[in-house]
Design a protein around this ligand. Structure first.
Ligand code: G3I
Length: 443
């Protein structure tokens, strides 16, 4: 039995995502191919216009102390329709003394955004970092209550004005542990995250509530899996979570992963929106531009990837200006990365490039033995497909039929080998009995 959830974007017909919890999983990474061919829409000449063609937003972080810089505000107003306060809604800014709230700079940003017709992402209600001094020194029940009061007061102040809140930020550890990050908040009890989400929902029922983190882009990384498992658990228990934010701070040590659209697609299949929330990519020239293009294509390939925000306007505005990671140079000129980003958004679904398209794959558990089990896949929508298969934990490939398979663990790639659209694999369990994920792309 499968359940089907359909996401409709305003100007493109997007494919349904179906997610079966028992025997079959249907995943689609899809933007309708018919639209690009039939649409008469003009190419968007700004990032926000190009993103809006597929019902998505394009945003930026804004710093209140730059709102008097006319070059900055001109670019920001022209190109972006979503605004995130870079620092002004954080805990130290909004509650500098316990129970004394200061919304001056956050309000300036909301006011600028609203008077220019833009929406606002709230960042962030609960975080181990940038806590005011009084909170850093708290622990236990007193800290838990102070955190919940902060969430309630800030979300209430901005009620009705926030598109999405980063309710909890960066709560998982880096590296291979898959553990929660140690922090004073974590030490109040493992349920602090869901408590924060419940408080946020009560305070602002119409804002989408997101979990936001970095280094969660590569599907095979332990931190990605840990966040995925938390979101799956929250959805299964009715914890109010609507979206997952991928910060997407990339550099040579943390490059854009080739499986990015698999990551976004797999999270979306849990029944949450996904958003790229703080995008910046260290580098320059063609290399940087191609990576930006890849990110756009990954988002466009996932129906529930609802928008992208970059973390600043010009390179000189960046928290890591020396990496020149943004779309405008320090003089406000459009960079090559801007052109590639705009073109990718205007090209829509697959941009004429392989990797995103209109197909569906059904995954079914078949014969099972002590040490291994069979999984079968049925592709529909195209005969030119590529299926990205995300194995669980220690699983590895033992055998396959009716498709060419590359890889043996982590992420496998299946392509046609002349035997039609149904294929299968045998996986060694190695302690992991779960069904692998699968995402289909046309080629
Ligand atoms: O406001 C003071 C100013 O008065 C002082 O003169 C100046 C120099 O000391 O510091 C200013 O505060 C700095 C603030 O940025 C505003 O510029 C803080 O020291 C500095 O720590 C703060 O950095 C911010 C950083 O978060 C803190 O963690 C960055 O601007 C901001 O871009 C960055 O954003 C984070 C996201 O919230 C979460 N994800 C990662 C991302 C990048 O680190």
């Amino acid at each position: 039995m499968t359940r089907t959830r359909t996401s409709q974007h305003s100007r493109r017909s997007l494919r349904a995502i179906s997610f079966g919890t028992l025997a079959a999983v249907v995943l689609t990474s899809a933007v309708s191919v018919g639209v690009a061919a039939t649409s008469a829409q003009a190419a968007g000449s700004t990032l926000q216009a190009a993103a809006a063609e597929s019902g998505r937003y394009f945003g930026t972080a804004i710093a209140a102390n730059k709102l008097s810089d006319s070059q900055y505000t001109t670019i920001a107003n022209r190109e972006f329709n979503m605004v995130t306060a870079e620092n002004e809604m954080k805990l130290d800014a909004t509650e500098p003394n316990q129970n004394q709230f200061n919304f001056t700079n956050g309000d300036r940003i909301v006011s600028w955004a609203r008077s220019n017709g833009k929406q606002v992402r709230g960042h962030t209600l609960a975080w181990h970092s940038q806590q005011p001094g009084w909170m850093q020194n708290m622990s236990g029940t007193a800290l838990r209550n102070a955190m919940l009061n902060h969430v309630t007061q800030v979300a209430t102040h901005y009620r009705g004005q926030i598109h999405s809140w980063d309710v909890v930020n960066e709560a998982f550890a880096d590296g291979s542990s898959g553990a929660r990050r140690d922090s004073n908040l974590q030490r109040t009890g493992n349920d602090w995250i869901e408590a924060a989400f419940r408080a946020a929902r009560a305070a602002d029922p119409n804002a989408k509530l997101c979990y936001n983190d970095y280094n969660t882009d590569n599907w095979s990384h332990a931190k990605t899996q840990a966040v995925y498992n938390m979101v799956r658990d929250f959805k299964s228990r009715g914890v109010p979570i609507d979206c997952v934010g991928f910060q997407a701070h990339f550099n040579s040590g943390n490059p854009v992963p080739s499986n990015y659209h698999t990551t976004l697609g797999n999270f979306a299949a849990l029944g949450v929106d996904v958003q790229i929330t703080e995008l910046d990519i260290a580098g320059s020239g063609t290399s940087q531009a191609e990576q930006y293009r890849g990110i756009m294509q990954a988002c466009l390939a996932v129906a529930r990837c609802t928008g992208v925000s970059v973390w600043g306007v010009r390179d000189s505005d960046s928290w890591r200006a020396g990496d020149t990671p943004l779309l405008f140079d320090g003089n406000g000129n459009k960079k090559l990365a801007y052109n590639y980003t705009l073109d990718a958004l205007n090209a829509g679904g697959n941009g004429g490039n392989p990797g995103a398209g209109d197909c569906t794959v059904t995954v079914t558990r078949a014969e099972e033995w002590n040490d291994r089990f069979n999984v079968t896949f049925a592709v529909s929508g195209t005969s030119s497909w590529r299926v990205s298969i995300g194995l669980q934990g220690g699983q590895s490939l033992q055998n396959s039929w009716n498709a060419a398979i590359s890889g043996t663990s982590g992420t496998l790639t299946a392509t046609p080998n002349g035997n039609g659209n149904s294929f299968g694999i045998t996986l060694y369990k190695n302690g992991s009995t779960g069904l692998p994920s699968a995402t289909c792309s046309t080629t």
